[in-house]
Design a protein around this ligand. Structure first.
Ligand code: COA
Length: 341
């Protein structure tokens, strides 16, 4: 089908997700760090997270999720692969071309999107742009992370919060008025606060300094309290803007899908928006914060277990390092979702 006949709007056609099998409990963390199950549960809402075994990298998770999404969409002919990740296999080249090759998609467009926990929403906007421009009629958008590989073994805070996982959507060309059509995307950034979440070493800034990096500088660092405040403000503002673009009131939202940063952040944003807790989806208790994989993982699991139903008006919002944030809306379509667990 040509792009012109299919339409030029990105529409959700199938979802898949993959979690590595190894479950890490709060007590597992407390065995090595000065923390407790009670502290982690009460401050973050997290009970367990998945971490990869040694030797498993982001591309491995991305391939599994991508395969399931294409199966769900009954479509292995995607013509672009977009991978949102903070934890690429290597600093160079991008991980997406290798993922595409392992999915049998050699020759198709493939690139990474780097916007930390907002990466999936940036990926949605970019994928929709590929469809709108005619560069692609079917895009495989994957969010995949192996945060366990960048966490400081001595940092009790980040180790408690982040988990590994991957999830993917096939977006096909369609019409703006059909269920599953991606609404207008609201995106924003504030690089004045880039230091709040960062890995100091490994990039050109540290390399050109001529000063060898300390071991801890190779790990992910976060100023949690500041991030918390920005997350609540920015996600709320982006969500409100997105609702306005869709012509929806907060009361029209059947399901709110917030990035799973911290259960308290999600609850605070929903409260500010005026969305009742029963309409807020979450899975942070089981998987922690999986950054770019967080939103598509929650969408896939919720569509599979019935928390998301066709016809639901869905609001999605995310926030992360950069700082970067985004939001969008869609009406949930009749679509297959295949989670691995
Ligand atoms: N176990 C026990 N104590 C911990 C701990 C842990 N895992 N992590 C931090 N603490 C301690 C702190 O060291 C601090 O101790 P102090 O008062 O002696 O200095 C104390 O708990 C309170 O820290 P504070 O930062 O005020 O706690 P908080 O209630 O703000 O929760 C976060 C901390 C990190 C959970 C919270 O700030 C947060 O979720 N931030 C956003 C994180 C995030 O979403 N990042 C991804 C962006 S998308």
């Amino acid at each position: 089908m040509s792009a012109a006949r299919a339409g030029t709007h990105a529409v959700v056609a199938g979802l898949g997700s993959y979690l590595p099998p190894r479950i890490v409990t709060n007590d597992d963390l407390a065995a090595h760090l000065d923390t407790s199950d009670e502290w982690i549960r009460s401050r973050t809402g997290i009970a367990t997270r998945r971490w990869v075994e040694r030797g498993v990298s982001t591309s491995d998770l991305a391939v599994e999720a991508g395969m399931l999404a294409m199966k769900a969409a009954d479509d292995d002919m995607v013509d672009a692969v977009v991978l949102a990740t903070t934890t690429p296999d290597r600093l160079c080249p991008a991980t997406a071309p290798e993922v595409a090759a392992r999915l049998g998609l050699t020759g198709r467009a493939a690139f990474d999107v780097s916007a930390v926990c907002a990466g999936f929403l940036y990926g949605v906007a970019v994928s929709a742009g590929l469809v709108a421009s005619g560069a692609a009629t079917r895009v495989l958008l994957i969010g995949a992370e192996t945060y366990s590989t960048i966490l400081d073994p001595a940092d009790r805070t980040t180790r408690a919060i982040f988990g590994d996982g991957a999830a993917a959507l096939v977006l096909r060309a369609g019409r703006a008025d059909e269920p599953g059509a991606i609404g207008r995307c609201v995106l924003g950034s504030d690089g004045e606060h880039s230091e709040l979440i960062n890995i100091p070493a490994g990039g050109s800034r540290q390399r050109s300094s001529g000063v060898p990096a300390a071991p801890a500088e190779h790990y992910f660092q976060m100023r949690g309290g500041d991030v918390y405040r920005h997350a609540v403000e920015r996600m709320t503002a982006a969500a409100l803007e997105s609702l306005e673009l869709a012509g929806w009131e907060p009361g029209d939202v059947d399901r709110f899908v917030p990035h799973q940063a911290n259960a308290r952040i999600a609850a605070a944003v929903a409260e500010r928006l005026g969305i009742e807790p029963a309409r807020v989806l979450g899975n942070i208790a089981e998987v922690g914060n999986t950054a770019a994989a967080s939103v598509p993982l929650l969408l896939t699991e919720s569509a599979a277990d019935g928390r998301l139903e066709p016809g639901h008006r869905v609001l999605v919002a995310a926030f992360g390092g950069g700082l970067a944030w985004g939001a969008t809306t869609l009406v949930w379509p009749h679509v297959t979702a295949l989670p691995s667990r």
